[in-house]
Write a protein that binds this ligand. Sequence first.
Ligand code: SF4
Length: 278
Amino acid sequence: MSEASAVALEAKSPFELRVHLGDAMSDQSVREALATGDMGFLHSYTTGSTVDGPGVRVVAWTTGCMWRCQYCHNPDTWTMTNGLPVSVLKAAEELGKYRHGLKMMSGGFTLSGGEPLMQNRFAAKLLAAAKKMGIHTAVETNGFFSDRLADVELDTIDLVLLGIKTWDPARHLALTGKENGPTLAFARRLAERRRPIWIRFVLVPGLTDDFDDIARIAEFGALLGNVERVEVLPFHQMGRFKWERLGLNYTLRDVAPPTAELAERACDVFRKAGLKAY
Ligand code: SF4
């Protein structure tokens, strides 16, 4: 990574709009980077997150996502080359600087996105390097490309933050542009391998607040046996400016965040199924 790119990577928040950082790379170089995982594309990273897994964490947000969630608050992460090209060696070296602090704060490293498994080779290499340094590892994913990870690679991930968007297949397709079958299959695979999951569920009034639908997710999660907690994430409008600046059709312009009461009701559905929900 050049000095210039080291400076650019210092974005402290995924909420900053970032585009075209990797445009200088040829299509061939991008393909090679994705195939080998020696190079990845990062939107941003932060060193003090307390909301992306247990303890205090370093979080890196990758670019590239094949879903088009109507409520996505980081649509600038959809395009791979909007991210900054970073070698896996450099990323691991940077992460290594924090390993002692992360241990003291019962934290670790979380790879998020975008969809990190769009860059599955880079993800596998970086997570393995983190694990080798004794750092707790987590991945936030929609699970769609999880079959790109071998079992031995899954074993380098201490926690999966799995986004389950909605249960009903037709509604899921309309909400994200993709089917939810691979997400649910990944959850079952993790259960078989006894790998812990935190379910992440974004609550959007009028879109994902069908309580029968939420109950189906809760029932599914409870049966898995490896779901340690459910995080009900209230929809917000912090990504609206990105949709507008990117010229995308944002359909949730007039949707208000859920009330605290609605969020609590959603948590209760998960709790009634026997899960911890926050
Ligand atoms: S999976 Fe995540 S990054 Fe991809 S569109 Fe949905 S919310 Fe955005």
